[in-house]
Design a binder for this molecule. Structure first.
Ligand code: NAD
Length: 377
């Protein structure tokens, strides 16, 4: 069985889908691994580090993909890049299927069996394969690092001979995986941290990290299915806006991470609210890729408004690429291990496995995932 590891072509994408560590394990499963030259360069992994573990370096994408049974990527490649793979070859990556029906249909027509890792069920067995958690955790960390790098002041309290510097105030909106890591990171840097969420259960987690939890009385709990938030009613979002408006003016750094599954990101900060903040304050909008939590966010830009900067990086995990690749590659390895028969070293997929059923988008020339089949071109 041949496994191909592709070089990413999306601008700003520095991660790679396999590392020397996971290549060793893939070869241990009986596979031959072909890595497209330069695939690791964004994460500072030279080709030689892959060859040292037994991988072959392919000079072109077509050489990497030729005769491949399994292709590992971070982002969805254009179907044309996969020409020459074996019929029915698996493509495993963060394939971003929502709103990309035509591209998913192209993969089906190309005879690719496409597997979208972001659709992995968030159940205990699949935690080790959960790319959303591994990458959101790093994005939350990196948000604080970016904020502190742009902030013109120190984060911790400092008592010096020249006087005392007060600690920065950091406010985190949305205390899911990314938000909790942002809270922990800001606390480690010595900031005074507060946070809000619409799920009451988040309060305990926020407080266990030493931050203050803020929840409006009008909003008891907006937990939805599967531990996610539901969309707020108009009255609830007005109550939340009133609470935030009073709090935001005193904050030095605000990190927004609020998302609702399958919906555009909720708007949490208006221009009017931002205008109450002090010049020099920093806002990091982790929801930038899904429309943003902040009215003034522009994707992949730093917007300055009244001296307040709004950072709209859409791929924060890729700004810490070596660690992001390390964890992402382990997530992919863990899933791949379930697809290979260790005695033969060949693919042996249980199409009825709930992890497979939840993630397979295309198979045998058709879009088969129930969510996407109806809209497929
Ligand atoms: P997410 O990325 O969908 O959303 C981020 C956060 O934004 C969530 O905490 C959500 O409640 C919050 N939010 C939504 N609307 C908001 C608003 N108007 N104001 C403020 N906050 C708002 O969520 P996530 O980080 O993927 O995690 C969501 C839940 O799933 C958590 O309870 C987490 O513990 C759980 N989870 C479970 C597993 C697992 O069991 N394997 C893995 C990961 C996450």
């Amino acid at each position: 069985m041949k496994i191909a590891v592709l070089r990413e072509t999306v601008s700003g994408e520095h991660r790679v889908a396999a590392t020397p560590e996971t290549v060793t394990k893939l070869i241990g499963l009986g596979a031959q691994v072909s890595v497209e030259t330069g695939a690791g360069s964004g994460s500072r992994i030279p080709d030689a580090a892959f060859t040292a573990q037994g991988a072959a370096i392919a000079p072109t994408v077509s050489a990497a993909v030729h005769g491949a049974d399994l292709i590992l990527t971070v982002r969805r490649p254009w179907a044309g890049r996969l020409a020459g793979a074996n019929p029915g070859a698996l493509l495993i990556g963060a394939l971003d299927p929502f709103g990309n029906d035509a591209e998913i249909s192209d993969l089906a027509r190309a005879g690719i069996t496409a597997i979208a890792m972001e659709l992995m069920p968030r159940i205990t067995r699949a935690q080790v394969m959960d790319i959303l958690s591994s990458q959101a955790n790093l994005a939350g960390y990196q948000a604080v690092i970016e904020a502190s790098a742009h902030f013109d002041r120190a984060l911790p309290m400092m008592m010096t001979a020249a006087g005392t510097v007060r600690p920065a105030k950091v406010f985190v909106m949305g205390a899911g995986v990314a938000g909790l890591q942002a809270i922990a990171t800001a606390r480690r840097l010595g900031a005074v941290v507060s946070a809000t969420d619409v799920r009451a259960a988040a309060g305990e987690q926020v407080e266990s990290l030493g931050a203050k939890f803020i929840l409006t009385e009008a909003l008891k709990d907006a937990s939805g299915v599967g531990g996610y938030a539901r969309e707020l009613t108009l009255a609830e979002s007005e109550a939340q806006a009133a609470l935030v408006a009073g709090h935001i003016a005193k904050q030095d750094i605000v990190i927004t991470t609020a998302l609702i599954p399958g919906r555009p990101a909720p708007k949490l900060l208006s221009a009017e609210m931002i205008e109450t903040m002090t010049s020099g304050a920093i806002i990091v909008d982790l929801a930038a890729e899904r429309g943003g939590n902040v009215e003034l966010t522009r994707p992949d830009e730093i917007v300055e408004h009244n001296g307040i900067r709004i950072l709209g990086f859409t791929n924060l995990a890729s700004r810490i690429p070596a660690t992001a690749s390390q964890l992402y590659a382990r997530n992919l390895l863990a899933f791949t291990e379930t697809l290979i028969d260790k005695s033969t070293g060949q693919l042996a997929i249980d199409w009825n496995d709930e992890l497979v059923r939840a993630t397979v988008l295309t198979r045998d020339g058709a879009v088969v995932h129930p969510h996407f089949a109806a809209t497929a071109a």
